[in-house]
Design a protein around this ligand. Sequence first.
Ligand code: 6R9
Length: 574
Amino acid sequence: MPIRSHREDTMTVTYEERLRNFDWRLAADELGWHQGEPLNIGWHCTDRICARGLGGKPALLWEDFRGEERTYTFDDLRQLTNTFALWLEDLGVGPGERVCLFMDRVPELYIGFLGVLKMGAIVQPLFSAFGEDSLWTRLDNAGTCTIVTQQKHVRKVRKIVDRLPGLRHVVVVDADPSKPLKERETALDLHGLPRVDAYTVHPTGAETPSVLHYTSGTTGQPKGAQHVHMSILGQYLTAKWVLDLKEDDVYWCNADPGWVTGTSYGIIGPWANGVTQAVLDAGFNAEHWYRFIQKHRITVWYSAPTAIRLLMKEGADLVRRFDLSSLRHLCSVGEPLNAEAVVWSEQAFGRPFHDTFWQTETGCIVITNFPGMKVKPGSMGRPFPGIEAAVIDPKTGQEVEQGKVGVIALRPGWPSQIRTYWNNDAGFRAKHIGGWYVCGDQASIDKDGYYWFVGRDDDVINTGGHLVGPFEIESALLEHPAVAESAAVASPCALNMEVVKAFVTLKPGFVGDQDMELEIMNFIRKKLSPLAMPQRIEFIEQLPKTRSGKIIRRVLRAQEFGQPVGDLSTLMND
Ligand code: 6R9
């Protein structure tokens, strides 16, 4: 069968040309998929790439904080994902069950992700820095049957396993033989198993659930955003057109697969395109990052504003000590990309960062600075072809006038959009108004159709590009014996844009001093995660509330940002 070349210079195709007669069928055609046929992300990212004759090409260039390195070709990935899938089947995991991956960015995470999808189960990646409460909430909600983890994280799982009757297996991918495993625990030495060359991938359909990512809102515990296999159509095409991926690229995505960027564009998008990607399982260090780019000759880099701000702090002189001439396209996501960061990157790297806006719920990039399109520093760009976007008044559902601020709304129907929230369809429906899906972000549109981000339209805190819900923090705070009531709000931060600040009232007999502040901070860090830990705690006598007793976070938030507090006439205790 002749293999159609995917080589094509997207820079020569303008945004306007892409818009003309756009149809998502284009992505289906390029992926060789027809409506009604089985569709499986795991197969498309491995077997199909090998069938295109790219089996010997590196898929994953992996390196960790100790400098250990490994390379996996697409054929390695194909076989190892088969091996993983069959092993899970033999363990008794069935299609549609939830398998959580709770690991650092080790190769087993990437292989496991595609392996779970190949055997038809739903993959639930969770950030390995999560503490026991964050972990329990998400495993309990999803009814997870198996968690795959590392020896270093198994301790956290052990603390909650008794409260998870549906969790049948705890799989440890690097089990230390000197440390005995407990009940329900199983060791998996993936690299020691005989490789499975032929495996019958489960015939998942376009609408079969694939990935479950937990995301935070203002109310209630985090919600499970339920993606389906058809998402690959959107992830494939946006990776190709927005990240501008071409077959000889070496691509680096900074995001952890615990968050949607790390799966949509750290696994599915690039590999569906047959592109080599590099992974660095290490924390931030500017020199290390630049050395990594230089060493692997990274060409396309997908990063985030907080990381860019950290790099800016280190200065452009540091950049000049490395040969970063391989870089040809830079993109950013997760938070507003300041105009200064775009200007700085032009100076430091000779290229601007291109902003991309999207969410866990959208599954793929929806508003963006298309390659070749004029970048207006500070703007998020324009809607991706096939995405009908608007800025509406959240009360009426009507589009606002040009230049006026409203909320970003998207017309449902693109392939990567989540289908619902796990066990919470009402929560998902509540995000729709007048036939629009409402993102929860405020923006305006200028005369050229560019979107300008204003802020969140709810109480969600965006810290370094990670969304944290106030409810989860406040619930955990209440578990501390000294805390009577609390409100968690965003507080400005030059580096992370926002950090969590908690306002706390204490029970009688407790003193709100520095020791108490540190104790509570630590308590939250362990239970939830370092991201959710309040960076500041203010002990107050009374929280602002409505007459019906609801805490009004916006008053506290406005104070933090030095903004007008607004109408306080509904307050009970002002
Ligand atoms: C992909 C991802 C989504 C929220 C989103 C918005 C913020 C994302 C942004 C941005 C300004 C951008 N956000 N991209 N804000 N400019 N380019 O981050 O998913 O974790 O669900 O967060 O992040 O508030 O609604 P998720």
